[in-house]
Write a protein that binds this ligand. Structure first.
Ligand SMILES: Nc1ncnc2c1ncn2[C@@H]1O[C@H](COP(=O)(O)OP(=O)(O)O)[C@@H](O)[C@H]1O
Ligand SMILES: [Mg+2]
Length: 392
């Protein structure tokens, strides 16, 4: 296919195929500005819903003007002449929208887990863009990594929110959808979306999706991954999210921040983007946290739990927790007898190795093993040091 004109733009090639239409890479014929052109397919046009969704996207984005939100340049309808010139690539009378072109792909193209600084930068930027939309009465409702494009941070934001097709003007207090209609991307959908309870849709619906995204950025996993829609819906509605295991440079309280976004009841989540962003700003990354000395450490021999799988590690954590409680109660019972536990030399004192790390031992160097205040680190190839740290 050779390049052809669409209004003031030259279409170069197809960049992506979406649910309702295709995204074309183009360029403004005179100004030479690269653009992305989303063109609804004919099959999509025949579906009333798709045409409506497309119109909504235009109306929603046209109201928004923020560095974190995609900029719309133009809208139009494919003419008969353009359809003929495209050699069948475009259908006559298809609506299209022209926007800025982002060449870095979407969040989907990144490898998770991301380093803390990157996760924080992205989450803050998404909250900033969302806050702008929410302030104008628009909820996105389909927030997911594929709809968050990566941008050059020198353009004012490291991301652009896009695909406002099912964005919902929540201030109108009514919807063109019937009660019970489900739309969105199930993996990131809030409980109220599964219920089709559109009266409950609002900024907090987007905050729930952001919670799912934050979980993924930090761990490489989505909170709920049931394969079929019914079980996925039930999980979002009823199951508590699994524990979030972050890399060691993440703040200890990041998981709690994510869990607040993933609350089932909208009222239990942060009230708005600004509140979520404020709380995110307060989190102190582990690496720069003041170095903490372990309250108590245990050495696990290499032939014991240290070589075991995650399941084994979870048992280790349980043991440490039990021992910690026993200790607080004034008893000196250490270690689960028969599990190869070994008190470090000098009783419950911190073993030299655990103290000897550069800059002191902190949870930043020890690998958190799923329970706040517990860290584990290799013990010179001879096993694992598991330590309990004083919180705060
Ligand atoms: N402005 C853009 N610049 C570059 N790529 C884009 C742009 N908009 C969309 N894309 C690519 O096309 C994909 C689908 O676009 P999107 O607007 O999300 O449509 P759909 O409704 O089909 O999901 C995106 O995930 C992204 O990879
Ligand atoms: Mg999309």
């Amino acid at each position: 296919m050779s390049a052809f004109r669409l209004g003031s733009f030259e279409i170069l090639h197809k960049a992506a195929s979406g649910g309702m239409g295709d995204i074309w890479r183009g360029v403004h014929a005179v100004q030479d500005v690269p653009v992305a052109i989303k063109v609804l397919r004919q099959s999509g046009m025949r579906q009333h819903d798709f045409a409506l969704v497309f119109r909504r996207e235009v109306q929603a984005v046209a109201q928004l003007d923020h560095p974190g939100i995609i900029t719309l340049f133009d809208i139009g309808e494919v003419s008969d002449a353009t359809a003929a010139a495209s050699g069948g690539a475009l259908d006559a009378h298809s609506p299209y929208l022209v926007m800025e072109y982002l060449e870095r792909g979407s969040l989907e193209s990144l490898t998770y887990p991301l380093p803390w600084a990157r996760t924080r930068e992205i989450l803050m930027a998404v909250l900033d863009g969302l806050a702008h939309a929410h302030a104008r009465g628009i909820t996105h409702r389909d927030l997911k990594p594929a709809n968050i494009l990566l941008a050059d941070p020198s353009t004012g934001s490291p991301i652009r929110l896009t695909d406002f097709g099912i964005a919902f003007p929540y201030r109108e207090g009514r919807s063109t959808e019937a009660e019970g209609t489900v739309s969105g991307t199930p993996t990131y959908m809030a409980p109220e979306q599964f219920m089709g309870a559109w009266r409950d849709f609002g900024p907090r619906t987007d905050l729930y999706a952001l919670g799912c995204i934050a979980f993924e950025l930090a761990s490489g996993r989505i909170p709920f991954r049931q394969l079929d829609l019914v079980h996925l819906g039930m999980a979002h509605l009823e199951e508590p999210p699994p524990a979030l295991q972050c890399p060691p440079d993440y703040p200890a309280d990041f998981a709690a921040w994510v869990m607040r976004l993933l609350e089932k009841a909208p009222a239990d989540r942060y009230r708005c983007c600004a509140d979520a962003a404020g709380a995110l700003t307060q989190l102190v990354p582990s690496a720069s946290a003041p170095s903490r000395s372990p309250v108590v450490s245990w050495v696990l021999p290499a032939d014991g739990a240290a070589g075991r799988s995650n399941g084994g590690m979870r048992r280790v954590v349980d043991d440490v927790r039990t021992c910690g409680r026993a200790q607080q109660a004034g008893t000196r019972r250490v270690g689960g007898a028969g599990r190869g536990w070994q008190e470090p030399p000098g009783g419950v004192a911190v073993p030299a190795h655990a103290r000897a790390g550069p800059g002191g031992t902190s949870l930043g160097q020890a690998r958190p093993v799923g329970w706040r205040g517990v860290g584990a680190e290799p013990h010179g190839g001879r096993g694992l040091v598991v330590s309990r740290y004083r919180r705060g």
